[in-house]
Design a protein around this ligand. Sequence first.
Ligand SMILES: [Zn+2]
Length: 407
Amino acid sequence: MITLTDNVEDSDIQQFADNFFANPHVLKLGYGVDSDFRNLVSSCPLYEHAVTHLARFVDLCPLSKQILNIPSVRQKLGSRMRSISARERACIEEERGLSELVFLSLGLPLDKTYQISDWERRPLSEEQLIYAALDAYCLLEVYDVLKQWVVESRLRINMEPAVILSWLQPKKEKPRRNRKKEPRPGTRSNDLLPPARKREPIPPQSLRVVVDTMLQGLGQHLRCCGVDVVILDNSAADHARAVEIARTENRIILTTGLPYEQLRSKVPEGMCVCIPCGKTIRQQVSALIKYFNLQITAQDIFSRCQVCNGDDFVRVQQDHMRLAMGIFHGRFQAPLPGYEPKGCPVNLVDLTLPGGVPLKLGPLPEEVVEKNSADVFFCCSNCGKVFWEGGHHKRIATQFNYILGSS
Ligand SMILES: [Zn+2]
């Protein structure tokens, strides 16, 4: 986008956007596009006309919810869910969102491993390109399946409902008193965080925050730096929930734009911080590091599970992980009682960690386990997600170098 706006005439970009988004001859599919469109328009306002004149654009998120609720579809999916192992079911229920929909309609979950890789770096890696292409392509196949289910159900469901963009809905005007007009926090181009008073340096583990879904990417990034982050899973009605968590768990709310105005009066001074919008995640993280005077060391990177915020990992050696994968994929049988390999923390009968959490082996690529690309695997003892220090891990780790330099 940055290169585009530098090299292409504004009118050409606008024309392209109109020809694409507002083209009634071509059906476009997306999933959960509300915030995507908001980000697109805020980073390039030239798209605003096209985005406010969408034609034949379908958001599969609300549409699929409607279709998955059809009784005959629910019945079909119920038996599909029963046909898989408890392990796989736990994996799918944990992933949610598009990955869950892809599993329900196509029978395989979507691998989200690259979701949090560095998308600002160029050129993108081959894995990133494949991830991005799959993330889009799967919608075509999902849509076909959803259409088929609707046909089979003999119900009349509009397969091309208009997209409702929450941030474009007119807001109810309140009678204005003579208030001083101040720009909304987080909306000025240079609006970084409010000036911090001099704070004592703190390690990232002692910063406890809560963010809503709109700031999910920031939340995951902060977790990777060791910050204790609760991410709310529902953006619409959950400001009250953020306030409740802030109060009961003594967490600072990170939010942006309008919600900041609504939330800051509900929590004590300083317990609600406005994140500037229209900034990259790196810029937001850098600003937060400065604001809270966080001292992040190399040991903090990946000290917390980016999926569930857990900070306890079980180390599993490669040969034990290979065995677990073989059992998971049905190539080996679990060892008989008394014949378990020494020092293997995984229960190989039901593939769980000590404490009973199922290992998430489904998303783990076989070649990582087979090709000696990692000696040891770190398994989150809270959610079972498996991390490893392979090439991918190192590449992702280097994207946090900017943090180590700044604190
Ligand atoms: Zn976890």
